[in-house]
Design a binder for this molecule. Structure first.
Ligand SMILES: [Zn+2]
Length: 274
């Protein structure tokens, strides 16, 4: 389903977890970000790409290596793959591939194409690294915290910010990697908003926005939540922790587990030396 569209950008939204896939169409190239989840949804993306690609080179960008974001890798064979160094050196590639196979089996879905962990052609290792393609400049920032291998991508002059699993309109921070790194990434997001001309922000899950105020609100939403969560964990405020879990939209076993993981990581990072 198309969630957002303008002259250069089409954002597809999966029925599952409101996961997004962004397709950027410029004079010089076509870029597909995190094609996902279901076979017919990826087919829709393939058809769209086939209708706009012409002679242009196809790039595939992965915001991070979580299995829901890399599931469609081999649906676009021949594309040049962009990803972080953390993703290139991902320690759990086989586990991620296994999760994709498990997902298909869980839902009786015939595997639509081979599954593999992406092989990265263009490796992003540092903040501010750039890739110039024709008239466009892609600027990358490492975005750790949710995972160790996250990437923010700014596409200029179009003003597109691909945020991966940060800055959702409704999904609160899921920390699989580090709370301290997550806070740093949010500070980086503030800088990016000040230093780049952002006109469209696409999160990995949830709604695309074109409003600066809304982007600001999302940064503060995550910062505020993390601050309160860290405070409740370090002070061992059980009631506050329960209330914080209830703030998560779509409460489920999944969000329950995420909340537990958040607490475990914060405890590890903030309780040292006590
Ligand atoms: Zn995700």
């Amino acid at each position: 389903m198309i969630q957002f569209q303008n002259e250069h950008v089409t954002v597809f939204q999966s029925a599952l977890y409101q996961t997004t896939c962004t397709v950027v169409d410029t004079k010089d190239f076509v870029l597909v970000v995190d094609p996902n989840w279901l076979p017919h949804e990826i087919q829709e993306i393939q058809r769209h790409v086939a209708s706009i690609q012409g002679e242009k080179e196809l790039y595939l960008l992965f915001t991070h290596g979580d299995f829901d974001h890399v599931i469609g890798y081999l649906a676009f064979p021949g594309a040049r793959v962009i990803g972080s160094k953390g993703m290139q050196e991902h320690p759990d590639k086989e586990k991620k591939v296994g999760m994709i196979g498990q997902f298909y089996n869980d839902y009786y879905i015939h595997q639509p194409y081979p599954i593999a962990f992406p092989e990265v052609d263009m490796v992003i290792g540092e903040d501010g690294q750039q890739l110039v393609i024709g008239e466009s400049t892609l600027t990358f920032y490492l975005a750790k915290g949710h995972t160790h291998d996250g990437l923010f991508t700014l596409i200029e002059p179009l003003g597109i910010w691909i945020a991966g699993d940060y800055l959702s309109d409704f999904e609160l921070p899921f920390i699989y990697h580090s709370a301290k790194a997550y806070e740093q990434t949010l500070r980086k997001a503030e800088q990016i908003l000040m230093n780049h001309g952002v006109s469209v922000l696409v999160p990995g899950h949830g709604q695309t926005t074109t409003s600066q105020e809304e982007i600001q609100r999302r940064i503060q939403l995550s910062q505020g939540y993390l601050e309160r969560l860290i405070s409740a964990v370090t002070k061992e405020e059980t009631e506050a922790l329960t209330a914080l879990e209830k703030e998560m939209a779509f409460p489920s076993n999944f969000t329950k587990q995420c909340h537990k993981d958040n607490i475990a990581i914060i405890r590890k990072e903030y309780s040292q030396g006590r």
